[in-house]
Design a binder for this molecule. Structure first.
Ligand SMILES: [Zn+2]
Length: 465
């Protein structure tokens, strides 16, 4: 075929002078193309003319990487008791490990729990902090991630996007009005039957593409860059076995955010409340002054909490009480309430409101109410504030690559919150994805490309700390 005859013809031959390990060197980059794939041979000569290092890099764009990764089914499973929860995550980690070795990363390792880690050694001639980048291997249990059939929409025109004509599955502007921000851009969408997995395979693709860029540009000086891809984030176990000491970074960033420009370093303080109301049952015909109906008391208790402080009436920095389940009969009613607040004092106030309520109700009805309050996670802001410069660096990096930073609080939790409390301050950066955990998930290609730029720029800026 005509295309084959052209295979591996040199397309360009670049030469530039750089400093390798503080010594002047010359790097030649030979770009070759085969069947639309770009590969490069990077050859480095030191001053005495001896080849000091050579390496073959398979250049892949962030889009190519992403489209390759979404084909691996890595859905996590909350019912599983293994680490990682599903074997697909491990298979995917092995594929990535091979790729990371090819990229020249050091100590590429998958540990017994399925955490994949590696690092890019420093090439700087001065002391620079080791920084980390983290993304997760798994996809949400909410929707299948098997046989993902991603579609690339070239130059989006601004109309509704038909994902599956036969089944009439449409990504609409009505439901996703922010689509109109991406007119003229290339978008990646699903076929309407699975999630896409941009959450968080886009994060992985962006981190590794940034590494490849740095390897291809040895003139960019950087400190040690630590990388970890974690299993089971979506089922809340992403940091259970994260080895902060072994990771070796002073601070890190998760690539697990949404829309372009996203930069997050605040999240809820969270607690879970379980209440058991003990009633007394009698024959209803002869119940006067005898029966104590635990359902009715639980209902009264719920009504005693601030009525406007619930998820459906709050946003921004508001906190809430959120009743998630009531199960019961006359004898016994079990109620579960989630408490969320950004402010630590308000968070404590919410917990004591429940405690005081329990005391008052016990007295009023002369009955036993069991109460258990469990703290789930805390606002990472407390741990980020003392190292505020890590947020400033991310913001500056975005501005330098012409991305408008969008700083907002996460109305939920994030792995970075746990990591921050484990001693690794970790704000969250955008991946560019939208509508995660759903069949309407999509990601604009330029948003992924800007995420790569932001990572490279952060790494560059950190040498100057
Ligand atoms: Zn995620």
């Amino acid at each position: 075929m005509h295309g084959d005859r052209k295979a591996f013809s040199p397309q360009s031959f670049n030469r530039k002078s750089v400093l390798i390990d503080k010594n002047p060197a010359i790097v030649f980059r030979l770009n070759i193309f085969s069947a639309g794939k770009q590969a490069g041979i990077l050859v480095l000569f030191n001053a005495s003319g001896i080849i000091s290092r050579n390496r073959i890099i398979l250049f892949m764009s962030v889009t190519e990487r992403f489209l390759k990764y979404v084909r691996y089914d890595t859905q996590s499973d909350p019912a599983s008791e293994t680490f990682p929860s599903t074997p697909g995550q491990l298979s995917f980690a092995r594929v990535l490990a091979t790729e990371m070795k090819e990229l020249g990363l050091q100590e590429v390792r998958i540990d017994e729990y399925g955490y994949l880690s590696a690092y890019l050694p420093s090439n700087a001639d001065r002391e620079a902090p080791a920084i980390g980048f983290i993304a997760h291997l798994d996809t949400s249990p909410d929707l299948s991630g098997k046989n993902v059939n991603a579609q690339l929409i070239r130059e989006y025109t601004g109309n509704n996007i038909v994902l599956d004509k036969k089944d009439d599955i449409v990504l609409t502007l009505e439901d996703s009005p922010e689509l109109s921000n991406y007119v003229g851009q290339d978008l990646i969408v699903t076929d309407g039957h699975t999630l896409l997995g941009a959450d968080d395979k886009a994060g992985i693709a962006e981190i590794l593409t940034a590494v490849e860029y740095l390897q291809d540009h040895p003139e960019i000086k950087h400190g040690k860059v630590c990388i970890c891809f974690t299993p089971d984030e979506e089922i809340g176990r992403g940091t259970d076995h994260f080895d902060v000491r072994g990771f070796g970074a002073r601070f890190a960033y998760t690539l697990d955010g949404g829309e372009i420009g996203g930069l997050e370093y605040e999240n809820f303080n969270a607690a879970q409340v379980e209440l058991v109301f003990k009633g007394r049952n009698t024959h209803p015909g002869y119940a006067k002054n005898k029966m104590v109906n635990s359902i009715a008391i639980a209902n009264d208790f719920l009504n005693s909490l601030p009525k406007k402080e619930i998820p459906e009436l709050t946003s921004g920095y508001d906190g809430f009480f959120h009743v998630v389940s009531i199960k019961g009969n006359v004898e016994e009613t079990i109620m579960k309430i989630l408490i969320r607040d950004f402010d630590r004092e308000r968070f404590e106030w919410r917990k004591s409101t429940v405690e005081n309520g329990v005391r008052d109700f016990s007295k009023k009805y002369g009955l036993n109410i069991e109460l258990e309050i469990t703290d789930q996670y805390y606002n990472m802001r407390e741990r980020i504030e003392p190292v505020r410069f890590i947020v400033d660096i991310a913001r500056q990096a975005m501005e330098e690559v012409k991305v408008k930073p969008r700083i907002s609080p996460i109305r939920g939790g994030t792995d970075g919150a746990n990591l921050s409390y484990m001693g690794l301050p970790t704000p969250n950066l955008f991946t560019g994805g939208h509508n995660s955990h759903s069949r309407y998930e999509y990601i604009p290609v330029p948003s992924m490309e800007r995420a790569v730029d932001v990572i490279v720029k952060i790494i560059e800026l950190c040498v100057k700390i």
